[in-house]
Design a protein around this ligand. Structure first.
Ligand code: URA
Length: 222
């Protein structure tokens, strides 16, 4: 239990520092805060896959308990593993810029990942790791009830929107995809902006900008 409280406090501490304002866990922002806290605890004590043997800090996710937008990335990297918080490294900086492009502050969004533990060497998530971790994500969606979801990268896109098999992003560039009746928009993982160059980078930027504009326009209609 100490570990859970420590984790919740570290989320809150980081949120206040990062967003320069105070966050409190209070009943009015999540329909069932007890369920939320017990979910954090379940993640913290989880040993369902091999990643619990190498993880430094599990990354539950962060953001308001009643978000309009929920963002789902792939898995924590080294910085996230160190801090216990999602998207706090270089990919996180790109994500913040992506959101700023459509005038959304990070503080308005709940950000999490498909996997709550870092795969060593940032390896691609394995099927057994995904299937062990997926129930946590499903529960997060159920409790937080976001109005719209943005997935980042092919793993989050294919797992959240599909049947578990990896599909090309082109197939899911439609507004009609939804889980639990919540619309899902998918775009590239922000890390691709760090690793691509030249014309490829330009094309990806254009596609991300289009996806973000679709997201914004969809959000304005909710
Ligand atoms: N990449 C992810 O997919 N998630 C993070 O939290 C950080 C980097």
């Amino acid at each position: 239990m100490d570990k859970v409280i420590k984790h919740l406090n570290s989320i809150l501490k980081f949120e206040s520092k990062y967003y320069n304002r105070k966050f409190t866990i209070s009943k009015d922002v999540c329909e069932d805060e007890n369920l939320f806290e017990s979910l954090v605890k379940d993640v913290m004590v989880c040993t369902k896959c091999n990643l619990h043997t190498t993880v430094k800090n599990k990354v539950f996710g962060m953001g308001p308990r009643n978000p309009k937008l929920m963002i789902i990335g792939e898995a924590p990297g080294a910085d996230e593993d160190k801090e216990g918080l999602p998207f706090v490294g270089r990919a996180g900086e790109k994500l913040t810029k992506m959101l700023e492009y459509i005038n959304i502050n990070r503080e308005e969004v709940f950000i999490t990942n498909l996997l709550k533990c870092r795969p060593p060497q940032n390896a691609d998530p394995l099927p057994e790791q995904i299937s062990s971790c997926l129930p946590f994500l499903q529960k997060q969606v159920e409790l937080l009830k976001p109005k719209i979801i943005l997935t980042l990268g092919r793993y989050a896109a294919s797992i959240v929107t599909g049947n578990g098999s990896l599909r090309m992003l082109d197939y899911i560039e439609k507004d009609s995809i939804s889980i639990f009746g919540i619309p899902v928009i998918s775009t590239y993982h922000p890390a691709v902006l760090l690793h691509s160059k030249g014309e490829k980078l330009e094309n990806i930027r254009i596609q991300i900008a289009n996806d973000l504009k679709r997201l914004k326009s969809r959000m304005e209609r909710i």
